[in-house]
Design a protein around this ligand. Structure first.
Ligand SMILES: O=C(O)c1cc(=O)[nH]c(=O)n1[C@@H]1O[C@H](COP(=O)(O)O)[C@@H](O)[C@H]1O
Length: 561
């Protein structure tokens, strides 16, 4: 209940009833996020290929597979490529590959409809920060660093679906692929530097405008666009095919165009930058793919508005609260919370600690829990990461690719290089620990710098205004238990989103926190509450009461400002 203290909550605690929601098979679900890509080819710069473009390479490959169908994307070639782990290497077709393609074109051509479905489901979460390029650099990058995350890559390799051309086919090849696969040996030879690293299949190196035929072939079942994709990835492609429509059909372009209108200036700038120099329809594809990737804070803002809520339910399966002290018990606990509150929340915040406590099974329970969260509800993965750059890369991969979470809590203590991996993809966000809610936050975070400002104000400014300024995708953890600090931080960074735990069990004052932290637009502060909801007799009623109390205070505050 709102305002309930830890003690009160403990006293009132009851064991939650057994979850009603049945777990789905989520191991696959989380891994397929790797495949999710807009039907866009990728970028034109090495930077794009190496940095943000973890997935577009696959996208390009998959997309072009559609257009060229059997002509240049042989099933056997795909298997070969997959074995080599080279998902995304645009290279010209070798005769061998083309011939292999001719042997089994039907698989390649049959793929798109299902593949499109799959990509649509996963697409929301896996849109790259930057498209990958159809240049040699991109090919190399793709080969060395497969676009898909580890799990996804494994899946892909098992399914042998990734190796496909990045460029659009000529009319001839499109026809060949679609109708006369045995003529596949006539596939384009230009740009013929076969990707030896990937052992990859025949792919033209340079993008070209798709032909009508290619467009038609690719457009059999356009995706709904990444933002419509459910997180649970329940519609996994049963054929194991990742193919995505390659060509910009009207249907595919329309939602992307709409999305493009909604993107923030930073995203728009990235789109302009990355599509510059790319000609014709492929520019449209790139723009569409990028535009459909809402930035993390756009997604959060949209959800907060749609649900009319700033409440974030914490998924903290404390052992003491479980009916059964096991990973399964933790999963059921979370499943029940999600089931009861999913229409009331702006976000969910699973805390890794409570799952890790159950070892490998706990990690599985976490993955299954994440898969239950509706696709339009942002996830804050509370893991408080941050390390040297190369290790943070792995942490970011774990949070964003393997677990497919939208955001993660991070420590600023290691500095800018430790945070960069969490910030380079605008569709993901990092919540930087700034002034935490616990009493010990005074020990270091409140130290006064020679400039006279407390360390937490410095952290707020340096993280949000400098380190994260490229994509504006850092928020700040500012506990709701220290309103004075919150006020100072709000003054330093007026627009930044706060994640403000401390309401409920930790005794924070909701009205004081909202007064100090809310932005004039009635947004800008996300209030995670765990035990105050999970320990209530009816978590739903408690969540509803919190949401309503928050909204009443928001209304009061925005009316007075
Ligand atoms: O990063 C966090 O989420 C966090 C930061 C902070 O300053 N204080 C804080 O309590 N948290 C987390 O927020 C949740 C608070 O839980 P309750 O006190 O039960 O609502 C726990 O998962 C904490 O680990």
């Amino acid at each position: 209940m709102p305002g309930e203290t830890e003690a009160a909550a403990d006293a009132a605690a009851e064991k939650p009833a057994e979850a009603t929601a049945k777990p789905t098979d989520t191991e696959i679900d989380v891994t397929i996020s790797a495949d999710a890509v807009p039907a866009a080819p990728a970028a034109a710069t090495e930077e794009a290929a190496g940095a943000g473009a973890e997935k577009p390479a696959e996208a390009a490959a998959e997309a072009a597979a559609e257009a060229t169908a059997g002509a240049t994307a042989p099933a056997e070639g795909a298997e070969k490529d997959a074995t080599a782990g080279g998902d995304a290497a645009p290279a010209a077709p070798t005769e061998e590959a083309a011939a292999a393609g001719a042997e089994k074109p039907a698989e390649a051509t049959a793929a798109p409809a299902e593949g499109a479905e799959k990509d649509a489901t996963a697409g929301a979460d896996a849109v790259p920060a930057a498209p990958a390029a159809p240049t040699e650099e991109a090919a190399d990058a793709g080969a060395e660093k497969p676009a898909a995350p580890a799990d996804g890559a494994e899946k892909d390799t098992a399914e042998g679906t990734d190796a496909v051309p990045a460029a659009a086919p000529t009319e001839e090849s499109a026809d060949a692929g679609a109708e006369k696969p045995t003529e596949a040996t006539d596939a384009p030879k230009d740009g013929a530097d076969t990707d030896a690293t990937a052992g990859a299949d025949a792919v033209p190196a340079a993008p070209a405008a798709p032909t009508e035929e290619g467009a038609d072939a690719g457009a059999e079942k356009p995706t709904d666009g990444p933002t419509d994709a459910p997180k649970d990835g329940a519609e996994t492609d049963p054929t194991g095919t990742d193919a995505v429509p390659a060509a910009p059909t009207e249907a595919a372009e329309e939602p992307a165009g709409k999305a493009e209108e909604e993107v923030d200036p930073a995203t728009q700038e990235a789109i302009d930058k990355l599509s510059k120099g790319v000609e014709g329809d492929f520019q449209g594809i790139i723009r569409a793919g990028l535009a459909s990737a809402m930035s993390f804070f756009e997604k959060l803002t949209k959800r907060a508005r749609d649900a009319d809520s700033l409440l974030c339910v914490g998924l903290d399966p404390h052992k003491a609260e479980l009916q059964e002290d096991s990973a399964e018990g933790a999963f059921r606990f979370c499943s029940r919370l999600i089931e009861e509150t999913k229409d009331l929340v702006a976000a969910y915040k699973p805390n890794a600690a409570f799952f890790e406590a159950y070892g490998v099974e706990g990690w599985g329970a976490l993955q299954r829990t994440l898969a239950l969260i509706p696709k339009d509800i942002p996830i804050v993965f509370d893991a408080k990461r941050g390390d040297i750059g190369s290790t943070s890369e792995a942490y970011a991969c774990s949070a964003y690719q393997t677990l497919n979470c939208d955001s993660v809590t991070v420590s600023p203590y290691l500095g800018s290089d430790g945070l960069q991996p969490f910030l380079k993809d605008p569709s993901r966000g990092a919540w930087v620990l700034c002034k935490t809610s616990n009493p010990g936050s005074q020990d270091i975070q409140a130290l006064q710098l020679p400039s006279g400002e407390p360390l937490y104000v410095h952290v707020a400014k340096v993280c949000c205004l400098q380190w994260a300024k490229e994509h504006n995708n850092a928020g700040l953890v500012v506990g709701a238990t220290d309103v004075e600090a919150m006020r100072a931080i709000r003054a330093a960074v007026p627009d930044v989103w706060f994640l403000s735990p401390g309401i409920g069990a930790q005794g924070g004052d909701l009205e004081a926190a909202l007064t100090a932290g809310l932005r004039p637009d009635g947004l800008g502060i996300l209030l995670p509450i765990s035990r105050g909801i999970s320990k209530a007799e009816s978590p739903r009623k408690a969540a509803e009461a919190f949401r309503d109390e928050i909204n009443a205070l928001r209304a009061k505050r925005t009316a007075s400002s």
